[in-house]
Design a protein around this ligand. Sequence first.
Ligand code: ZN
Length: 159
Amino acid sequence: MATILPVAQLGEEILALVAAPVTESEFASEWLEILSQSMQATMLLRNGVGIAAPQIYVSKRLIIVASRPNLRYPDAPNMDAIVMINPEITKRSIQMVLGEEGCLSVPDERGQVARADQISVQYFTLAGEKIYQDFSGFPARIVQHEIDHLDGILFVERI
Ligand code: ZN
C-alpha cells in the first residue's frame, strides 16, 4: 500500500548525505516495491516530475523519473515513470543546456541550471535487471537532478 511521505526540506542533513547503494538482497523485495510506490505517490501529490529516496528520508540510491505536464511544469514532455536503482551516468554530452529547475525539497525557488543535453544511464530495475538507456532534453535534466540528490547535492548549489 502506497503511503504519502513527508519530504525533507533544504537544510536537513539527510539531503547532504551520499546515499548507500541498494544491495543485491534488497532487489525484488517487498520493502523496495512499497518504497518506490510511496515515493511515486508522494511525487504525484506534490506535482513533481522526479523524486529521490533521500528526499523521503531513505538514504538509498533509488530515484523515480516521471516527466509529464503538470501545474509545476506545464511544458514537460510525457513519459512513463521509470524507477532507477543504483543509477550511474556513463556518458554525458559536452553540449550543456540551461533550463529552469525546482525541487520538492526547496520550496518556492526556481533557478536556471546548466546540465548535459544528452546522457547515457545504467541502472537496475526493482527486479534487479540491468538497463542501459539514453536520455535527452528535459528527462535528461531530471535524471541529473535526481542523481545529484543521491550524492547530497541540491540544484541551488549549481546555480
Ligand atoms: Zn530535487
